[in-house]
Write a protein that binds this ligand. Structure first.
Ligand code: NDP
Length: 324
């Protein structure tokens, strides 16, 4: 038997249940989970406020780190330290908010030796995605000499890692947050200035004064539209989230008059080679970056409440599950 957070049709939607081994998915690798992350997508699934999960009952959780317990795959042996993000796990396939899960070997990544399960999930999908944004901007040619960069949803998982990573790369980082009280923390992550989210929420003009060479946007909606209008000539924007909405009420002006690039970032379906490369780059970041991160570790019983708080924008940093 092992415990899991299970979503049901009936209320209460999210309940902690005991599962026998034959109730787990019939997949080749069994992982004993040491840490999982609670992500925005998980919060949408748990609260039912987003169409993330199609079939109930369902175990959510889009990422986890653990140890292989049993394996029918030649690629993994019992005891191997692994992690998993994406591939529709926690959306179409049962996920990581559980003590134990069975998964396909091709979804797993061998955990770099210098990364503990806790460190791996302190990054989790959020850290992986933030690094993908940094790489996307770098690959498009963005350098610190070109001017300041701006990060929205800065106290969130993706945003707070993006602030730290960009600051460490030598960028002047501006953070946008709805939480004025987190200004000091954002500055400790490397933000040189913190702007209130409300300054970016009203409809602006198609082109505003140029301010930013680069941007990581977790918000979407009007916030992203306003960022696009404020980009420098040849500015680059990594669009990664929709915390403010899935629409994009903009015009072609930033693209055709300033040559602005809008770069899409997805962490779910990236290929195994890029995935391993990103995880190694994360593992090679200095340990002190973890010390700056706000980490809250909770048990299975607290997840439903933390998911509500996350959707209401009351969570800063990363929420981890210790399922034991
Ligand atoms: P979090 O909940 O940790 O962070 C989201 C942050 O967005 C909040 O902390 C808050 O930061 C800000 N926010 C909340 N409500 C609003 C709002 N109405 N308008 C603008 N900003 C708001 O989530 P994650 O960091 O895990 O994810 C951030 C976004 O990125 C989500 O939309 C998620 O779905 C997406 N994502 C996409 C991935 C991909 O592969 N493309 C992978 C991972 C995440 P503050 O108070 O500081 O403004």
């Amino acid at each position: 038997m092992s415990r899991a957070l299970m979503l049901h049709e009936e209320t209460p939607r999210a309940r902690v249940v005991d599962l026998s081994d034959d109730q787990l998915p019939d997949l080749p690798v069994t992982v004993a989970i040491e840490r999982s992350g609670l992500n925005y997508k998980d919060a949408l699934a748990i609260t039912g406020r987003g169409k993330i999960v199609r079939e109930l009952p369902f175990v959510p959780g889009i990422d986890f780190a653990g140890r292989v317990e049993a394996s029918d795959s030649p690629d993994y042996q019992p005891g191997d330290e692994v992690l998993l993000t994406g591939w529709g796990v926690g959306e179409r396939h049962w996920g990581g908010l559980a003590e134990r899960m069975r998964v396909k070997p091709e979804w797993l990544v061998k955990r770099p030796a210098n990364l503990s399960a806790e460190q791996a999930m302190a990054f989790g999908t959020a850290g992986l995605t933030a690094m993908l944004c940094v790489m996307r901007l770098e690959e498009a040619g963005l350098t610190p000499e070109q001017g300041p960069v701006i990060v929205t949803g800065a106290t969130g998982g993706v945003g707070s890692w993006a602030v730290q990573m960009l600051a460490r790369q030598g960028f002047e980082v501006h953070a946008v947050s709805g939480k004025a009280e987190q200004r000091e923390w954002l500055e400790s992550l490397g933000a040189s200035e913190v702007h209130l989210r409300s300054d970016f929420e009203d409809k602006g003009r198609p082109l505003e004064k140029s301010r930013w060479a680069g941007a990581v946007d977790t918000a979407g909606g009007q916030v992203l539209a306003n960022l696009l209008a404020q980009m420098n000539y040849d500015g680059k924007v990594a669009a990664v989230g929709l915390a403010a909405g899935a629409d994009l009420p903009t015009s072609v002006m930033p693209f055709i008059l300033r040559g602005v690039s809008l770069l899409g970032v997805d962490s779910v379906m990236i290929n195994a080679e890029r995935r391993q490369k990103v995880w190694q780059r994360l593992a090679d970041l200095p340990d002190e970056m973890h010390a700056q991160m706000q980490l809250e570790t909770v048990g299975l019983e607290s997840l439903a409440e933390r998911a509500e708080a996350m959707i209401d924008g009351r969570v800063s940093g990363r929420v981890l599950l210790d399922p034991t």
